[in-house]
Design a protein around this ligand. Structure first.
Ligand SMILES: [Zn+2]
Length: 170
């Protein structure tokens, strides 16, 4: 059973559990907010579709379009030790832009200008998505730089300074 869960990513938040919980979350909101089918689907997409940034990252990095290869790549990375994962993430620019608060805020503004309701639904869907990611990260280890471009670049700079300093000491 555990193996089956791992194979289909049900033990991790990438991406099937997001679709599953996203559907339930959206369905509950559909009832409470009396959303029509189109708005319900929009909200539902917002709860998981932004994980495509992982796939884009893999395609750009490895020049390989195979979804399952991308999937295995991230599962392997998740199994690294936390500090190592954080270091590699900073050094290799492993940042997933749709998971950063700055980009989410920008997209929100863009949608909000055209439709207040959809801007609002986008935020709800995304906050729910990040909420699941953060909950999961408590198990694997929380990396705060994952959620902010500004934090990411500050930490990356600090890491480089640290590297230079250790080199000088050698
Ligand atoms: Zn995610």
């Amino acid at each position: 059973m555990e193996k089956l869960l791992i194979r289909y990513g049900m033990n991790k938040m990438l991406p099937f559990p997001h679709i599953f919980f996203g559907f339930i979350f959206s369905f509950i909101l559909k009832i409470f907010l009396k959303l029509n089918l189109y708005n319900f689907l929009f909200l539902f997409f917002c709860t998981w579709v932004f994980d495509v940034d992982h796939y884009f990252f893999y395609v750009l990095k490895k020049k390989d379009l195979n979804f399952f290869h991308a999937y295995d790549y991230f599962i392997k990375k998740k199994n690294l030790r936390l500090e190592e994962r954080r270091r590699l993430m900073l050094l290799n620019n492993r940042i997933f832009i749709f998971h950063t608060l700055e980009i989410i805020f920008l997209i929100f503004i863009l949608i909000f200008v055209f439709s207040k309701l959809h801007g609002f639904l986008f935020l709800l869907g995304n906050i729910f998505h990040l909420f699941l990611d953060v909950i999961e990260s408590f198990k694997d280890g929380f990396i705060k730089e994952r959620y902010s471009l500004i934090l990411f670049f500050i930490s990356k700079k600090n890491l480089k300074i640290k590297k230079v300093k250790t080199k000088l000491r050698d």
